[in-house]
Design a protein around this ligand. Structure first.
Ligand SMILES: *Cc1c(COP(=O)(O)O)cnc(C)c1O
Length: 231
């Protein structure tokens, strides 16, 4: 794992250098779905401090086992409204808000524990039937709605483009997410929600994170390149 993490970091730095970005502005989220707690602990020892999980139950067990390790947990999977209570209790950032119903449920549960929950909107930028996320057209309305909820803070957008063998083919999707972010930010600034800063673009995985960095990713979600293949 030591070598793999070193390599991911070096690839991150090279990609950042190619587009004159400060590598410190890009956060690495180690995707630990299906990875047991002791392997996560090993990654912590290698300096990884953000983990991304897709399933609430699985994450809860791991988070309990690693309590006190000072790491930050992000939720990146599809979230059902009936898991909102657990999600706000467990995660520092939820990348995958994709409906007004879910946003309201998260807001309600966050209010109950006096938390202001940071969230991203997941956008289905490739309009794939198999992927969750709102359409570009729906993103406006959801952003405005989240802006009016007191216990949520909208920090940006997330996407998962279609899979391609050639990562260059993902570039237009990453660019589209960045363009959407810029347009939404303009609309929020000129509307009722001047206090919202869509700082984060969560995009890029093992196969394509370098292209995502070149397109402005601030959070990359990398599983396989860190932990090896999942079964
Ligand atoms: C599994 C997963 C990843 C990581 O994928 P790898 O190809 O293993 O890097 C990133 N994002 C989401 C939403 C995932 O479900």
């Amino acid at each position: 794992m030591h070598q793999r993490i070193k390599q991911v970091r070096s690839r991150m730095h090279q990609a950042a250098r190619r587009c004159a970005r400060d590598p410190e502005t890009i956060r690495l989220v180690a995707v630990s779905k299906k990875v047991p707690a002791d392997r996560v602990r090993q990654a912590v020892a290698e300096g990884i401090h953000i983990f991304g999980e897709n399933y609430v139950q699985e994450a809860r067990r791991k988070i309990e086992r690693l309590s006190g390790s000072g790491v930050s947990w992000h939720f990146i999977g599809h979230l059902q409204s009936n898991k909102a209570r657990q999600a706000v209790a467990l995660f520092d950032l939820i990348h995958s808000v994709d409906s007004i119903k879910l946003a309201r449920a998260l807001d309600r549960e966050a209010a109950k524990i006096n938390k202001v929950q940071p969230v991203l909107i997941q956008v289905n930028i490739g309009q794939e039937a198999t992927k969750s996320g709102v359409s570009v057209a729906e993103a406006d309305r959801l952003a405005g709605e989240i802006g009016s909820l007191k216990n949520l803070v909208l920090q940006g957008l997330m996407t998962m483009p279609p899979f391609f063998d050639n990562p260059e083919k993902a570039r237009p999707y990453f660019t589209a997410l960045r363009d959407l972010r810029d347009r939404l930010q303009g609309e929020l600034d000129s509307g009722l929600h001047k206090q919202i800063h869509l700082h984060d673009l969560s995009m890029g995985m093992t196969a394509d994170f370098e292209v995502a960095i070149e397109c402005g990713a601030t959070l990359i979600r990398v599983g396989t390149a860190i932990f090896g293949a999942r079964d």
